[in-house]
Design a protein around this ligand. Structure first.
Ligand code: APR
Length: 245
C-alpha cells in the first residue's frame, strides 16, 4: 500500500461525541530525527556497543565504571538535542483526545515537547536509583553519575534504567492502558524487545493499529495494522491531523 492510501485509511475520530483514549507506544525511531541513534538500525547503538557489557545486571557487577560511562555519554548526547516534529505532533493530539504515551525511550523528549502523560517503560536517563532500595529515585544533577555517588541509605547509585534480564515494573500498568485504548498508535520501534513489544496484543479497540516506521512494517501484527512507511518527523503531523478531523 502506498503512503497516500495508508494515510487515507486512518479513521477520522475528531468529531466523536464520546471521550476517546489514544495510546501511543514509541521507540527509538521517534527520537532518531532529533539526532539520537536507534539501537538496531545499521550503525545503531548495539552495533557500536556490546549489550552484555553495558546494559545488564552482570555488566554492572563486572564493571560499574564502564556502565556509568556509557550512560553518562548517552546523557551528554541527550542534553545536546531537542524534540522534533514527531514529538510535537503528539502534543497536538491532546487538544481533542485523552492521550497517554508509553515510551520505551529513556530520553525526555516527549516531556520537553509538552506531552502531559508519559510512561517510561524502560526507565529514565536523567534519573538515578539506589542499589539497595528501588523506591529511592533521584534526578541526576549536572548530567553525570559517578562511582561514589550514594543514595540516602549509603549505597552506590545506578542508572534508573531497566536492563536486559530485569523485570519491567511498568508493564502491568502499560498493558492495562493499552487495553483501554480506542486508538493505538505505534511509532519508531522494531518491536523486537519483549515484554514491551507484546503490548500490541493487549489492544482491544475496533480501529486498526497505526504503525509509523520507514523501514519495518511490524509484519507479525499485519492483521488490522495500517503501516505508514515514512519517517516519524515527516509524517506524524499528517497522521495526527487525519485522526483529529
Ligand atoms: N521514524 C520512525 N521510525 C524510525 C525512524 C524514524 N525517523 N528511524 C528509524 N526508525 C525505526 C527503525 O526502522 C526501527 O524499526 O525505529 C525502529 C528502532 O528500533 P530499535 O533500534 O530496535 O529501537 P526500539 O524498538 O526502541 O528498541 C526497544 O531495545 O535495546 C532496547 O531498551 C532498549 O528501549 C529499547 C528497546
Amino acid at each position: 500500500m502506498n503512503l497516500e492510501n495508508a494515510i487515507g485509511k486512518i479513521p477520522n475520530i475528531g468529531k466523536l461525541s464520546h471521550p476517546v483514549k489514544v495510546v501511543v507506544v514509541t521507540g527509538a525511531g521517534i527520537s532518531q530525527e532529533s539526532g539520537i541513534s536507534t539501537f538496531r538500525d545499521t550503525g545503531g547503538l548495539w552495533d557500536r556497543y556490546n549489550i552484555y557489557e553495558v546494559a545488564t545486571p552482570e555488566a554492572w557487577h563486572k564493571n560499574r565504571k564502564l556502565v556509568l560511562d556509557f550512560y553518562n555519554e548517552r546523557r551528554r548526547e541527550l542534553l545536546s538535542v531537542k524534540p522534533n516534529a514527531a514529538h510535537k505532533a503528539l502534543v497536538e493530539l491532546e487538544e481533542k483526545f485523552d492521550v497517554e504515551i508509553l515510551t520505551q525511550n529513556i530520553d525526555d523528549l516527549h516531556e520537553r515537547a509538552g506531552s502531559s502523560k508519559v510512561v517510561h517503560i524502560h526507565g529514565e536517563l536523567l534519573k538515578a536509583r539506589s542499589t539497595v532500595d528501588q523506591q529511592l529515585v533521584y534526578p541526576i544533577v549536572g548530567g553525570e553519575l559517578s562511582l561514589g555517588d550514594y543514595c540516602e541509605k549509603g549505597s552506590q547509585l545506578r542508572p534508573h534504567i531497566v536492563w536486559f534480564g530485569e523485570e519491567v515494573p511498568m508493564m502491568g500498568y502499560a498493558e492495562q492502558c493499552v487495553s483501554k485504548a480506542d486508538i493505538l498508535l505505534v511509532v519508531g520501534t522494531s518491536l523486537s524487545v519483549y515484554p514491551a513489544a507484546g503490548l500490541l496484543y493487549s489492544f482491544q479497540g475496533s480501529y486498526p493499529i497505526i504503525n509509523v516506521n520507514p523501514y519495518e512494517d511490524a509484519s507479525s501484527f499485519n492483521k488490522g495494522v495500517i503501516h505508514i512507511k515514512e519517517k516519524a518527523g515527516k509524517i506524524l503531523g499528517a497522521v495526527v491531523r487525519k485522526l483529529m478531523e
